[in-house]
Design a protein around this ligand. Structure first.
Ligand SMILES: N[C@@H](CCC(=O)N[C@@H](CS)C(=O)NCC(=O)O)C(=O)O
Length: 216
């Protein structure tokens, strides 16, 4: 198994957590330096024409892409520990919480979007910060309302078992920190992310713990 990765990629962070939780170590990790635009190079475009990481290549050559699809694939092929609950309504809730992060928010702040805003619309660094802060705050409010208002929330987003929702909350927390969001108004979100980070498999997947990452 090969993982195409980069230390600061939030989508790859979600996949790294799942790999760690399931005790899977890829045979090879290949850096795609997003700061140098390597995701747009011919070699990587052949792997993922969407020019985005993560991509996970199985031993038979199958290329898996899109972090949520990869998380579910890993859960199906390596069921322990499970990352989705069994009960259909609970599964739907977990997937919905995950999609608030991975489908509704994260795509708004990826390099290709920020670079387009910068080059086509001349948005400056302060404007990009405001943009990212705004979209993170919108989803933090929705996540907090969902999490604080549901009896299904437990130690983690869905009861006391880690699910793909928690993996997405962790990546959202890193994005929120980067875009200078104050987490004080979102205590349930903050508590769950802190609970997650007490688990070594999650803590060591953090972007700043990866090779090539800056100290802070
Ligand atoms: N929806 C995709 C998003 C993948 C994505 O956009 N990844 C970012 C890094 S977190 C990337 O490679 N971006 C390259 C770019 O925007 O140019 C997923 O969840 O896997």
């Amino acid at each position: 198994m090969k993982l195409f990765t980069f230390w600061r990629s939030l989508a790859t962070y979600r996949v790294r957590i799942a790999l760690n939780l399931k005790g899977i170590t890829p045979d090879e990790t290949i850096d795609v330096n997003l700061q140098h635009g390597e995701q747009r190079g011919d070699a990587f475009v052949r792997i993922n024409p969407m020019m985005a990481i993560p991509a996970l290549v199985e031993d038979d050559g199958t290329v898996l892409f899109e972090s949520l699809a990869i998380l579910e694939y890993l859960d199906e092929t390596h069921p322990n520990p499970p990352l989705l609950p069994k009960e259909p309504k609970a599964r739907a809730r977990v997937r919905a919480l995950a999609q608030i992060v991975a489908a509704d928010t994260h795509p708004l702040i990826v390099p290709r979007v920020r670079e387009y805003l910068e080059h086509e619309y001349k948005v400056d660094a302060a404007g990009l910060m405001k943009w990212g802060n705004h979209w993170h705050e919108v989803s933090l409010k929705a996540l907090e309302t969902q999490l604080a208002g549901s009896p299904q929330t437990g130690r983690f987003a869905q009861g006391d078992q880690i699910t793909i929702a928690d993996l997405c909350l962790c990546s959202h927390a890193v994005g929120a920190h980067y875009f200078k969001c104050d987490l004080a108004p979102f205590p349930t979100f903050k508590r769950i992310v802190e609970e997650c980070n007490k688990i070594d498999a999650i803590a060591r997947a953090h972007p700043l713990k990866q090779p090539g990452a800056p100290a802070s």
